[in-house]
Every structure is written in C-alpha cells, then in structure tokens.
Design a protein around this ligand. Structure first.
Ligand SMILES: Nc1ncnc2c1ncn2[C@@H]1O[C@H](COP(=O)(O)OP(=O)(O)OP(=O)(O)O)[C@@H](O)[C@H]1O
Length: 614
C-alpha cells in the first residue's frame, strides 16, 4: 500500500512556468511582427479599446481623444507619450492585465466583437523600440491613479499616486527611444505611422512635437459610405483614388458582404497587369489597418483591381497581419468573388463600352475567369477579341462570317497561313496566346460550332496540284536551283493569281539519318544499343516553295531556256516568297537577295544597252 506521503512524492512538486521576457520580445520582433512600427498600431488599438470600454460603461459625456506627444529634453533621446481618455485601469487590473503576459480584458466572446485586441501581448511590442514602458493610468471606476514601470528584463514597479493626481480617466503610455530606435520617434515618421494604421479609426488622433501638430484622421472618407450604397459618392471616391492612391481608376465598384461584414471599394486598375501579380490593397480590421495583402479575401483572378476594405466580422491572426481561416472568411471570400463577377456581368448588359475598355486592358484575368465558368463565358465570349488572318476581330463578328472556326496554335504557322487562307476566303484565328485554345474549344462546344485546328502544310496540300501535267523537267530544274537552300519545289494553281509563289516552312520530326548510317557499320553489340535509340528523332526545317501557275511570271518561266537566268529567277521567287510570307531570312537568303538583285540589274542594263545598239 502506498502511503499518502509517498503518493505526494510521486506527484512531485508543483512549479509555475517562468517566462523569459527578452526571449518573448525577440520572438515578437523577429518572428511575429514584420515591422517595429507595429508598436504604434498596438498603442492605437489599446487606446481605441479603452475608449470603447468607457463608452460601454454608459459614460458618454466625454470627447474621445487619442494623442501622441514627442518630447525632447536637453538633447537626450526623445520620449513619446501616447494618451487616451478611455476606461483606464485600477491597481488590481494593472497587475492582472498589464503585467500578465497573455492575459487580456477583451477576450470574452461578447467582448470580442467590440474590441480590437484579444491576445494580451500587444503592449510588449513597445519593447521593440523602448527599453522600458511606463504607464500612468486613472480608472474610470475610481480609486487612486497608478504608475507602472516595466523593464525589458521582466521586472516592474508599481506605485499608487495621490487621488486626483491624474484628474480625468485615461491612460498615458510613455516610451523612451533607444539609440537604434529614435527614428520611430521622429515627428514625420510618427505621423505617417499613425495615419497609416489609424486613417479610418472613429476617434480623433492627434500628434504633436513642439510647434508641429496634426489631426491625422480628420478626413471623412467617402468610400465607406459608397460601400454602404451611397452611389452619389462615386465621383468623390474616384477623386480619392486619384489624390491618395495616385490612380486614375477605370471604375469604382462598391463591395459589401454579410459574412465577415466586409465593406469596401474595388478600383479597376487603369493599366494591365500580369496574371498572378499581387496588388497592393488597404485592408482594415474594425477600421485599423491590417495590411496590404488581400490574398485570402479576394479571388485569384481579381488582380485587375485594387481594393480598400474594412472588415468588422473576421478574426485576425496573432500578428494581426492577416485573417484567421474560418467559415466567415470562406463566406466573405465567396461573396466578394460573386460581387466582382456580377460587376463584369452587369457591364455586359448595361455598359458594353466600359466592358470593352475593361476587356482591352485586362483580357487575361477575364479570359481566365471565362475559361472556367460557363455562364460567365456565354455572356462575354462574343466580346473577346482575337487576331485573325483578316485583322483583329471580336469573336462575335468572326462567327458571323465564318461557318467554321479555324485556329492556328503556332505563330510561325499563323504568318504563313494568313496568305493561303485568304486565298480560300477563309479567316484563321491566331490562337497562340494563353487561354485562346481553351476558350475557342469551349465556344465551339457551348454554341455548337465546328472548330478546326489548321496548319499551313495541310492548306498547301489542298492547293490544286498540277505537277503531273508534264512539268517534271521544269520542277527538276527548279529544284536544282534551290537545292543548296534545302527547299523543295512544286507547281500548283491557286488564288490569288497575283501571288507568284507560296513558301511553307514546317518543323518536321525526322528520324535521325546518322542512326541508319551507324547501323550499317555497327557490329551486333552496337546494333542492340542503337536499337535502344530507335525512337530518337530530330526536328528538321522543311521548306516548300509552291509556284503558282496562275501567275503570268511563272507561266513565262516555263519557257526560259538559259540555265543561269532560269536558276536566278527561281531563286528570286524563293526570296520574294520569304518577304511576302514574313519568313525570317537566314544569312543564305540575304546573300541570295543581294546577288540576285545585282544580276537582275546587270541583265537589265545589258538589255537596255542592246536596245540602244539596235
Ligand atoms: N490604454 C489602455 N487602457 C486601458 N487598459 C489597457 C490599455 N492598454 C492595455 N490595457 C489593458 O492591458 C491588457 C493587455 O494589453 P495588450 O495590448 O498587451 O493586449 P490586448 O490589447 O488585450 O490584446 P492584443 O495582444 O491582441 O493586442 C488589455 O487587455 C487591457 O486590459
């Protein structure tokens, strides 16, 4: 049997955790917060929460106010006093809340909705810029004022002051700059940080340093009213984008969700953006800046807008730089997605000109969206523009004149085909850009249209073949003239009759010739090895020149006997076909052009001289 004494020995002695404050501060500054200026956010947040708490007590006879004052005493490092006239703290509350890390007066569920803070660690961020934190506070529930002085090593002193020493309820936090942090105490820096975090906070924020003074959130921001449905604020909101965001927005779209209680505005960017690029937004949580990244709130395809958003019903992560993933966030995201989508759909019905401008600038995100959503696609498909062999055209106009949608998926092929296709009265779509092919496929499927992927070679094969008509000798001579250029000649008849020749260049897969050559001389062992390489192919550039027998020059060429003249003429037709088809010319072809022109000039001169002599 185990005696009671022995059992307590087994249980061991109970100890309390100890927290190394320096380690905590290091953790906060290096791993949780991205920038030391967040101490301003934490001070603002505590001040706002304290005022909210005082109001919730039923005290409405005071003018809420938050003030940051910088003091410089005798060339020493500056101090910052951050004062609020909120609820304040009693001595017991100072011990319980200020001096206990992780303890917050705001965590109760009902409190969570009203307050900004909840984790009980925010004040520690002041140690990132100051060696000590001094708090002077007078509770709204009475009692003596308290002075609390905390050091970064985790020790603190607390003294109660004579009643009435502070006067009205409220709290002042005093911080002393260090050599390495005085930058954050400079007036301009401070004002900027206060404005950045507190621009839309509901209580006035003042900043002073000697003669300098500013009320950083004096401006009434129209975008919140606009989000609430006040359409008359539209021009004001666009003007705000112009002056404050330096953006001539194409449009302003009000946003509002039930889930997460989001309100805001999306500005349509006046310039096109890359798919996947990240926009710089302003996201506020209960009117306090949370950050500039709205990735977990906005859909991926919304990279053509920049948003100002205020969120009341989502929860922050501990760093307070993004939102905690929960059902409300999922709902808010889905609703914002639907609203931006509805905006584009609305334009399609009510403002086609604006939609056209939007598509012209942001065709990639819009096409991305259309390629995954049928309804959206049906609505917009006809407005999408494509490059075709007969010029840029909206898909609607294209299908009105072409019974079959013909597309080419390679740019070189497109250049070549442009000539041949028009000979047949066809218009071919250049579908080499992202989303083109899936969009055309979807179009064909949804609207029941025939879609063909065409290439230059198959077009050329369809041209009327006349090489069997006793022209073998002619073709052989022409081939000899172009042998050095790796070009094969054929004679065809095609339209337009004024196009003398058509050059088709294809990249073909050819089995490597040297493989066969190697096999001929290889012994058994190597033959096995070579067999393993059986599938080795190489890309070969194949050039075909189709001479057009409908053209007068080609007809004349049939009767040219002089081998030198004949060769040069064929070669010049070959070069001309390069130029007409916009084919890139290699050094060989450029040299040929030079030589050919000289010959032509020489022959021309000679003919002229002979005319003179005759
Ligand atoms: N200016 C203030 N006036 C009144 N009480 C304050 C003030 N600043 C801090 N407190 C008290 O100290 C507690 C701890 O503050 P702290 O900033 O560390 O955390 P928090 O605001 O509760 O949460 P979070 O870590 O999310 O900011 C608060 O919950 C509040 O009770």
């Amino acid at each position: 049997m185990v005696s009671g004494g022995a059992s307590s020995m087994l249980r061991g002695m109970e100890h309390a955790f100890k927290v190394d404050l320096r380690g905590m501060i290091d953790l906060l500054s290096n791993h949780l917060y991205s920038d030391p200026s967040v101490f301003i956010r934490e001070l603002l947040q505590n001040g706002v929460d304290a005022i909210t708490a005082r109001r919730q007590r039923g005290d409405s006879l005071f003018e809420p106010s938050l003030t940051a004052r910088v003091h410089h005493v005798d060339g020493a490092l500056p101090t910052l006093e951050f004062a609020d006239n909120g609820v304040g703290l009693t001595e017991a509350e100072v011990h319980e809340f200020l001096a206990t890390i992780g303890r917050s007066s705001k965590r109760l569920d009902e409190a969570r909705d009203s307050f900004l803070g909840q984790f009980g660690i925010g004040l520690l961020s002041c140690f990132m810029v100051s060696g000590e934190i001094e708090v002077l506070t007078q509770s709204a529930s009475g009692g003596a004022p308290v002075r609390w002085l905390a050091q970064a090593d985790g020790t603190y002193t607390l003294e109660t002051l004579p009643s009435g020493a502070v006067g009205t309820p409220g709290t002042t936090v005093r911080l002393r700059a260090r050599e390495d942090t005085d930058f954050y105490f400079e007036y301009d820096e401070l004002r900027e940080a206060l404005a950045n975090y507190g621009r839309i906070l509901p209580y006035p924020i003042h900043v002073t340093d000697g003669e300098q003074y500013d009320h950083v959130n004096a401006e009434r921001l129209a975008w919140l009213d606009f989000a609430d449905g006040d359409a008359s604020k539209r021009e004001e909101v666009l003007a705000y984008a112009r002056t404050a965001l330096n953006m001539e927005a194409l449009d302003a779209v009000p946003l509002r969700t039930e889930d997460g209680s989001v309100r805001g505005v999306a500005f349509v960017l006046p310039y096109s953006t890359q798919s996947g690029s990240r926009q710089w937004h302003q996201v506020y949580l209960k009117r306090m800046l949370l950050g500039h990244d709205a990735r977990n709130l906005l859909p991926d395809w919304a990279f053509f807008v920049r948003c100002l958003l205020n969120v009341d019903g989502l929860h922050p992560t501990a760093s307070r730089e993004s939102f905690y993933e929960d059902d409300a966030l999922t709902g808010a995201r889905a609703s914002l997605d639907a609203q931006l989508r509805a905006y584009i759909e609305g334009l399609a019905q009510q403002d086609p000109a604006r939609l056209e401008a939007l598509i012209a600038l942001h065709h990639l995100p819009i096409k991305a969206l259309a390629s995954e959503n049928d309804e959206f696609f049906r609505l917009l498909a006809h407005a999408f523009e494509f490059e075709t062999s007969t010029g840029r055209m909206k898909l609607g106009a294209y299908v009105a004149r072409e019974p079959v949608i013909r597309m080419v998926t390679n740019l070189d092929q497109f250049r070549q085909i442009a000539q041949v296709a028009s000979a047949y009265g066809h218009s071919v779509i250049n579908a080499v850009y992202t989303y083109d092919v899936p969009l055309l496929r979807r179009y064909a499927a949804l609207f029941g249209r025939a879609l063909e992927e065409v290439d230059a070679q198959s077009y050329a094969l369809a041209l009327e073949d006349v090489s069997a008509a006793g022209l073998e000798g002619f073709v052989a001579r022409a081939n000899a003239a172009l042998e050095a250029f790796g070009c094969v000649v054929s004679v065809k008849r095609f339209e337009p009759a004024d196009l003398p020749a058509l050059l088709i260049v294809t990249e073909e897969q050819r089995q490597r010739d040297d493989l066969d050559a190697a096999r001929e001389v290889a012994d058994e062992l190597f033959t096995d090895l070579l067999d393993e390489y059986e599938g080795a192919y190489e890309e070969v550039r194949v050039t075909r020149l189709h001479l057009n027998l409908n053209h007068a020059l080609v007809q004349d060429l049939l009767h040219v006997q002089d081998a030198a003249v004949f060769g040069r003429l064929v070669q010049m037709l070959y070069v001309q076909a390069h130029l007409l088809g916009h084919h890139p010319m290699r050094g060989q072809e450029l040299a040929l052009l030079g030589d050919g022109l000289s010959d032509m000039m020489r022959w021309g001169l000679r003919a002229a001289q002979m005319n003179i002599l005759n």
